[in-house]
Design a protein around this ligand. Structure first.
Ligand SMILES: [Zn+2]
Length: 665
């Protein structure tokens, strides 16, 4: 029997360090240099002008935000790094020290300010009994003092950063047990470090783990079926393979960056629903406000009446967030999002002395809390309403995004600026939410693939040399959006043409240097790097995760396998396989049709084969931690009927490469 391996991507946030082959960047082609290609890492005059213009239009002094980001720091991690058990660096403490200077010409000055604020790291006092550990992860861990221990809100992305954060708390404030854990929503940067602060044993001993309704399903399923594409895109969006420097990654806008640690999942002991639902954890009263379908499919905010403190989770943070994240996700509902913020403003605004969130620094003072919530509410409503106003008047998706201009309040309240999401791509997301992917112009409905049109465009524009010149003229004029489109045709028509890659790379670099969104900057600059030196030579990250897989319902797991089915590899007549999982007492049938796999609960009639094994072992098989022959030999997997049918089904599942091309065909 053949051995099959089914590496199923179950984790959104692929951990991988900066690319190891940075020093091997090839020189740009002589022809490109002769034609005026700027050397990599330098800002052009047009970029300098654009960044200077923004700096003169906005008051970029740190101001109140600067005071709030530094306020009441009690301690910080004094070691050089947070390490994994094997000694590898999970989070280098000084990696963002370079931000402690004036904005360089190669970084949007407003993003620079935001990155400086987000890089302040340590343990901070929010008020008596509420603390935050910030600056050691993309997200923030909040810690609330209970009667006997610590209640942890959002244990970061990785076990290692979460454990280091808890150690800092215990070392500084006195050692106490963890008496409760809250996950505010279903994104991995808010629960992935769970095993760094509690164990399964703690949960079995009664430590409550509370999460919003729908958490368990959303946490695993949002990213399972589309995990490979999402994880690959996340490497671009978060600049995972870029160095941290003034010419590369400076921060994500939402937080400094992703750690290279171990992601875990401990399922909640209770999922909370409703608005105004109360629970007392270790003597502290929490009032929960459901916000499902805003920033995440499952999310809650909460209010602490005894403290007059409001936690807005990731619904309201110190940035304009993504209505549709560049890494990919189902589009979010900007109107629902704005309404959820207005709800907490109306219900709790007058009774809150501080608002804190799961990213960034808190806002203190009741009037400031109200102003913060008003601005946050308004930016989501603004992009929603203005996109629809334009679309209803006939605008296409791109036209609507172009027409939604910066509102006055974005120049005053920087927490609404596009450091993560942008007006441009969020307007497109609103358009997509209502009208789908198509702008409404017939010629755009059934377009040819770009690999086909690229060659024809190049020909129609007078050939490769003429296209190069058009692109270079656009570049020289600082018209980088047009230059990117022109050079992109050339690269897609002939990806081996180094000169074209050099110019497209230089164009992406200038777009990155001007971008105010950390996500845009990282996306452009990673694209530029991949054009210059190809894909990173660092091997595929391990994407499977036993904690995640265990939490996936069996039917969903088979749906994810079905999305790997390559009908071209199946040459048998339709048949069925029945899977019996004794440990979960489940029976699932897989109907193997000509074009699709159909999972169905219960036993099919006349199956070609019946596979009996624990679901636990099936997960190990899928992760590649166990092999079929080994499982069969040890009696953990029994196949009744036609073994060849089982092999044929697994052999027909594709194993997609992680490092697929994005900037070249
Ligand atoms: Zn987050």
């Amino acid at each position: 029997m053949r051995e099959w391996i089914i590496g199923l991507s179950a984790v959104l946030l692929a951990s991988c360090g900066p690319s190891q082959d940075i020093d091997q960047t090839p020189d740009a082609s002589a022809a490109a240099i002769e034609a005026g290609l700027p050397s990599p890492g330098s800002a052009t005059e047009a970029t300098k002008r654009a960044n200077a213009a923004l700096a003169s239009r906005l008051d970029l002094s740190p101001g109140t935000d600067g005071e709030d980001a530094r306020r009441d720091r009690l301690a910080f991690i004094e070691e050089d790094a947070i390490l994994a058990a094997d000694g590898s660096v999970v989070w280098a403490i000084p990696q963002f020290d370079f931000l402690d200077s004036e904005a360089p010409e190669t970084v949007n000055p407003s993003l620079w300010r935001q990155s400086q604020l987000a890089a302040h790291h340590g343990l901070f006092r929010v008020m008596d009994g509420i603390y935050q550990v910030r600056g050691y992860d993309l997200s923030v861990m909040s810690v609330i003092e209970g009667e006997t221990g610590w209640i942890i809100v959002d244990p970061l992305t990785a076990n290692e950063t979460a454990a280091a954060a808890l150690k800092l708390v215990n070392d500084t404030l006195g050692e106490r047990p963890v008496t409760g854990v809250l996950y505010t929503h279903s994104h991995a940067d808010h629960f992935g470090g769970a095993r760094g602060v509690i164990s399964d044993e703690d949960v079995a001993n009664g430590v409550p783990v509370l999460a919003p309704i729908g958490f368990s399903e959303s946490a695993v399923s949002e990213n399972l079926i589309a995990g490979n594409q999402m994880s690959r895109r996340a490497t671009l969006m978060f600049g995972n393979t870029l160095p941290r420097s003034t010419t590369a990654h400076v921060g994500s806008g939402l937080g400094p960056g992703l750690p290279n640690g171990t992601i875990s999942l401990i399922l909640p002991t209770e999922e909370i629903e409703g608005r105004g639902t109360r629970r007392v954890i270790d003597g502290v009263t929490f009032e929960f406000i459901d916000a499902a379908g805003t920033e995440a499919p499952a999310e809650f905010m909460f209010y602490l009446p005894e403290k007059r403190a409001l936690c807005t989770a990731e619904v309201a943070t110190a940035t304009f967030h993504n209505v549709l994240t560049p890494r990919g996700a189902k589009v979010r509902d900007a109107l629902k999002w704005s309404r959820a913020i207005d709800y907490v403003l109306a219900e709790y605004g007058a009774d809150s002395d501080v608002v804190f969130a799961s990213h960034h620094w808190p806002t203190w003072g009741q009037e400031n809390v109200v102003q913060f919530l008003e601005s946050q509410r308004d930016i989501y409503r603004y992009v929603h309403d203005q996109t629809l106003r334009n679309a209803n008047a006939g605008a296409t998706m791109v036209e609507a995004a172009e027409a939604v201009e910066e509102p006055d309040f974005q120049a005053e309240d920087f927490t609404t600026r596009g450091y993560y999401g942008t007006l441009n791509h969020n307007a497109k997301a609103v358009y997509q939410h209502y009208f789908g992917w198509w702008g409404g112009v017939p010629a755009e409905y059934n377009r040819l693939p770009h690999e086909v049109t690229a060659t024809r465009y190049v020909e129609a524009m007078g050939g490769a040399e003429a296209v190069l010149e058009i692109g270079q003229n656009a570049f020289a004029a600082g018209d980088y959006r047009w230059a990117a489109e022109v050079f992109n045709h050339l690269v897609f028509a002939d990806p081996e043409r180094q000169e074209a890659r050099d110019w497209l790379s230089a164009t992406y670099e200038q777009l990155g240097f001007q971008a105010e969104s950390g996500a845009w900057r990282s996306y452009y600059l990673t694209g530029a790097a991949e054009l210059r030196r190809g894909l990173p030579n660092i091997g595929d990250p391990r994407l499977g995760n036993p904690d995640f897989l265990k939490a996936v319902p069996s039917l969903d797991l088979f749906d994810a396998l079905a999305a790997r089915y390559n009908p071209g590899k199946m040459d048998r007549d339709p048949f069925a396989i029945v899977f019996e999982f004794p440990d979960t007492a489940e029976t699932v049938s897989l109907l193997v049709e000509r074009a699709v796999l159909v999972p169905r609960e219960g036993a099919a009639e006349d199956p070609a084969a019946t596979v009996t094994m624990d679901r636990r072992d099936f997960d190990r098989l899928i992760l590649g931690d166990a092999r079929p022959l080994g499982l069969i030999t040890s009696g953990k997997m029994k196949i009744g009927g036609n073994r060849g049918a089982v092999s044929a089904m697994f052999d027909a599942l594709d194993q997609p490469p992680f490092w697929f091309n994005t900037v070249v065909p």
